[in-house]
Design a protein. Structure first.
Length: 161
């Protein structure tokens, strides 16, 4: 047996051992009781059903206190990668605690959301590839933009009162 084959076998065996051991260290789960609690965007702004459905499909998994985990989230390192994305997503915008923001901050977050969806930054390409229901159509982008603009205008006016 050549030295290269021996090295390759040892490398593959070591990798298998490390991946196997990694399964004993799953990340904490993001599993609150509901994505639409009393402090949520849905409770505060009462969006129409099409917007609620859009948010549930494209946003809630990473931007709320409730995540629906696919089977591969139980396999490391995929679970670690997802946990990092969820942590970062909630840090940027947590739709479950939207009410704690002031009206001006809510308006800015709505603008951020509208722009991120319109420019195709959100949902993330990897998320959309793995979750077909999160793929955003041109009609959904337009519907979401109209809704966020109307709500954003109301939020700015309310903040000035």
């Amino acid at each position: 047996m050549s030295a290269t084959r021996t090295w390759l076998r040892r490398f593959l065996a070591g990798t298998a051992v490390l991946l196997g051991a990694a399964q004993f260290f799953p990340p904490a789960r993001n599993a609150g009781t509901t994505a639409e609690g009393p402090q949520s965007l849905a409770a505060v702004l009462n969006p129409p059903p099409e917007v609620r459905n859009f948010l549930a499909a494209a946003c809630y998994d990473c931007h709320s206190d409730r995540t629906e985990y696919p089977w591969y989230a139980r396999v490391q390192p995929a679970g670690w990668l997802m946990a990092g994305h969820i942590r970062d997503g909630k840090r940027a915008l947590n739709l479950s605690t939207f009410a704690v923001l002031g009206k001006q901050a809510q308006a800015r977050r709505l603008e951020y959301m509208r722009d991120a969806v319109a420019e195709g930054e959100m949902p993330m390409a990897l998320f959309s590839a793995l979750h077909p229901r999160a793929r955003v159509t041109a009609e959904e982008k337009e519907m979401f933009a109209r809704w966020t603009e109307s709500v954003q205008t109301r939020q700015v006016v309310a903040a000035k009162e």
